[in-house]
Design a protein around this ligand. Structure first.
Ligand SMILES: Nc1ncnc2c1ncn2[C@@H]1O[C@H](COP(=O)(O)OP(=O)(O)OP(=O)(O)O)[C@@H](O)[C@H]1O
Ligand SMILES: [Mg+2]
Length: 312
């Protein structure tokens, strides 16, 4: 089966900054693939190479079997790409904006009118379609942008952090719409630094950090990399710095991260049995005022693999 998208050996540097190095993965038809990484990890640079906006220093990209470098027109026609930045006409309505982009794609007038209705329904804006763009919230504009990327019926939809800075209602509409598209057979590349979105939407996830994919697999495969470790969140009252230093030395603690002035997150082997030892360890420096033990999730995996949290 030909992959909806495959890339191999992608590399891109900007001057001294190696933004992406040796990135490769593939997305099956109808598969939802997540690229999860913190700010500056190389998500946008990777996507820019996949959609032909940035030329890689080395590596290759195929879209539905077509080499992006040798036949960019055909390759790009299969992709719907929604960039992080929004470029729409504020004085036009939502529907008029979509019509404008549909004409750019060369869609015939009647088919386009029908397609615009479908797309508006998908992004949940049918009832607001005839309002001017400058009366829309940021999230509604983002939804029109997603709609524009869908007009030509792409086989692969690429979304670059589609929910950053959008209102909760739009966020829900975007995630619901994306799930419907995937259920309908569209392949998806979804980038985000929101763990819970990637867990919800994606079949497979790659964790990207410092320009490299450090692991990829299903949620289950990734989480099992952490082994039987648990995630523990502690809230401390007292000298948190000194307590943090003590916690790091407790046997069984694999990773420790300061998540706030009074909060600490630990990954620990058999963490739930370690609580008494943790409470004892900080004595003299601080007291533990709250403790929560969570079984491993993607966040624990991320922490385990990269030694940092996604939003710290
Ligand atoms: N045009 C550019 N010129 C110079 N450096 C760049 C350029 N674009 C990206 N970089 C650098 O490359 C690295 C990767 O950036 P990139 O934008 O791909 O990360 P990202 O994962 O999309 O981050 P974010 O979550 O902030 O969008 C960063 O160190 C960034 O500063
Ligand atoms: Mg980015």
């Amino acid at each position: 089966m030909t992959a909806a998208m495959s890339c191999a050996g992608l590399r891109k540097s900007y001057g001294d900054v190696l933004a992406v190095q040796d990135v490769g993965f593939s997305i099956a038809p109808g598969e939802a693939y997540g690229l999860l990484g913190p700010n500056g990890a190389g998500k946008t640079t990777t996507i820019s190479m996949l959609v032909g906006l940035v030329r890689p220093d080395s590596g290759a990209v195929h879209i539905c079997g077509t080499d992006l470098a040798t036949d960019p027109m055909t390759a790009k026609s299969k992709i719907g790409y929604v960039p992080q930045e929004i470029a729409l006409y504020p004085e036009l309505t939502g529907r008029e904006n979509l019509r404008f982009f549909g004409r750019l794609f060369g869609l015939p007038r009647r088919a386009l009118a029908r397609r615009i209705d479908e797309v508006l329904d998908l992004v949940g804006l049918s009832d607001r379609a005839d309002g001017k763009l400058d009366t829309y919230s940021g999230g509604m504009k983002r939804r029109i942008n997603i709609g524009a990327a869908l007009l030509h019926g792409p086989e692969l939809l690429i979304l670059d952090e589609p929910t950053v800075g959008v209102d909760p209602q739009s966020r829900k509409a975007i995630l619901d719409g994306v799930e419907r598209l995937v259920a309908g057979g569209m392949a998806l590349l979804y980038t985000s630094h929101y763990m819970e979105e990637v867990e919800r939407v994606c079949d497979r996830v790659a964790i990207i950090d410092h320009g490299r994919i450090v692991a990829d697999g299903t949620r289950h495969e990734l989480v099992s990399m952490v082994g039987s470790a648990d995630k523990i969140k502690l809230t401390l009252d007292g000298d948190a710095d000194s307590a943090f230093a003590k916690l790091q030395t407790v046997e069984g603690v694999l990773e420790a991260v300061r998540t706030g002035t009074a909060t600490v997150r630990l990954i620990a082997e058999g963490g739930r049995y370690l609580l008494p030892a943790l409470i004892t360890a900080v004595e003299g420096s601080a007291s533990v005022t709250a403790a929560e033990v969570v079984e491993p999730d993607l966040e624990a995996t991320f922490l385990h693999l990269t030694g940092s949290t996604l939003r710290d």
